[in-house]
Design a protein around this ligand. Structure first.
Ligand code: 3BY
Ligand code: FES
Ligand code: FE
Length: 411
């Protein structure tokens, strides 16, 4: 059954300021439509340049039906390919990450260069033309140490993303950092519930005792209202900008991504139990002042981030099914920072490991209640949940524009 018309009608009738109708959070066909309309068509954050520093380093991931491999070439460029062999379709790279001079398919050893071209195919007919069977390219861009890919045949223009976020990210020099720790949790809830939860701090005081020692629960920090009228925030922006750290709240007009450098509570500098730095070696020599707070970057639908003076935490959201979402968290530190000397993993990761687990429980209980036939969309708090409304508006408009655009092409 084609549900496109139902979805379009529901989205157009969506009551502003209210959560979505039940099927958007639990239905398999609605989920499939999210995948086809957003996830297979727009830019997605997948990982960091510094995870694949050398030629032949690669990592893999699964986006819905698509296995993808991201690899650094001999020319140092990072490329992305569909991880499906051009012989009979076996996954070429079967590990989560690795290093290899060439990409060799384990099934019959067809061998691809790091630029995706097929260089060796054992005992094929003489007429076989290798040049026609290179790995299929996936659009790939890097910005400020972050790798983005787009699975669509034609990718939307990446320039507006780069233009806005690069100046805010650049001082942190994340392309030459290292991942000190990472983990992935699977939350039993739709990807949009993960985002809705992330876009407000209405729940913080009651649920995040560790995070609330350093992160302000005020809606001006998390929300999307800009906060220029908050004297603490505007003073923070002025001080940081004087030190060449772009800081002012800036959101793209279509609402898909925003940057802002927000102060932490009092004299906190990092997400630790006492607010002191978790890493002795600062993340970047280009940051010349202390107490820079957190540079908040989100880009729907895959990533939110906190860039601090001593480390950065990146979050990657990947849907697994209508009611399961993987959230991967990475802690990045200066490449020369030494574990056990400059930082302790437990101390570095404690606050966000606790916070992530608390958010996982929230999302799962949220999903639980939404499965009830008695669930109906409820009102968001104007004061605290402006960010959630903004996410839902972005989602609604994005879906409506794409679905209508597709209909127009067909007619
Ligand atoms: O990670 C975040 O940015 C959000 C902000 C408030 C709640 N959550 C922790
Ligand atoms: Fe890859 Fe046969 S499927 S070599
Ligand atoms: Fe939370």
């Amino acid at each position: 059954m084609d549900i496109r018309n139902d979805v379009l009608r529901q989205l157009k009738n969506h009551r502003p300021g209210y959560s979505l109708e039940q099927p958007f959070y639990i239905d398999k066909d609605y989920f499939q439509l999210d995948m086809e309309t957003i996830w297979y068509r727009d830019w997605l954050f997948v990982g960091h340049d510094c995870e694949i520093p050398k030629a032949g380093n690669y990592f893999t991931l699964q986006i819905g039906d698509y296995p993808v491999v991201i690899v650094r070439g001999k020319d140092k460029l990072i490329r992305a390919f569909h991880n499906t062999c051009r012989h009979r379709g076996h996954r070429v790279c079967t590990q989560e990450r690795g290093a290899s001079a060439k990409l060799v398919c384990p099934y019959h050893q067809w061998t691809y260069d790091l630029d995706g071209s097929l260089v060796f195919a054992r005992q094929m007919d003489e007429s076989f033309d290798k040049s026609k069977f290179g790995m299929k390219h996936v659009h790939c861009e890097t910005v400020g140490g972050y790798v983005f890919i787009c699975l669509a045949n034609e990718a939307p223009d990446f320039a507006p993303v780069r233009e806005k976020i690069e100046p805010y990210m650049a001082p942190h020099r994340l392309w030459e950092a290292k991942v000190a720790h990472q983990n992935t949790i699977v939350e039993k809830g739709n990807w949009k519930l993960v985002w809705e939860n992330n876009r407000e701090c209405y729940h913080c005081a009651a649920n995040h005792p560790e995070l609330c020692r350093t992160y302000p629960e005020a809606p001006s920090a998390t929300g999307v209202q800009g906060a220029a009228d908050d004297p603490i925030i505007s003073e923070h922006w002025a001080r940081c900008e004087a030190a060449n750290l772009p800081s002012k709240f800036d959101m793209h007009p279509d609402g898909q991504f925003r940057v802002a450098r927000m102060p932490l509570i009092e004299d906190a500098e990092s997400y630790t139990m006492d607010g002191k730095r978790a890493v002795r070696r600062a993340l970047s020599d280009d940051v010349t002042i202390s107490h820079i707070g957190t540079m908040l970057l989100f880009h729907y639908p895959t990533t939110w981030n906190h860039m601090l003076v001593d480390h950065t935490i990146s979050f990657r959201v990947l849907p697994i099914s209508a009611e399961e979402t993987a959230v991967t968290t990475k802690w990045l530190v200066h490449k020369d920072a030494v574990e056990g000397v400059d930082y302790d993993i437990e101390q570095l990761t404690h606050v966000w490991n606790m916070t992530n687990d608390q958010d996982r429980q929230i999302v799962e209980e949220n999903a639980f209640g939404i499965r009830s036939p008695a669930y109906e969309p409820g009102p968001y708090s104007e004061l605290h949940e402006g960010g959630v409304m903004q996410f839902v508006e972005w989602y609604t408009k994005f879906m409506v524009d794409r679905l209508q655009g597709d209909q127009a092409k067909l007619s």
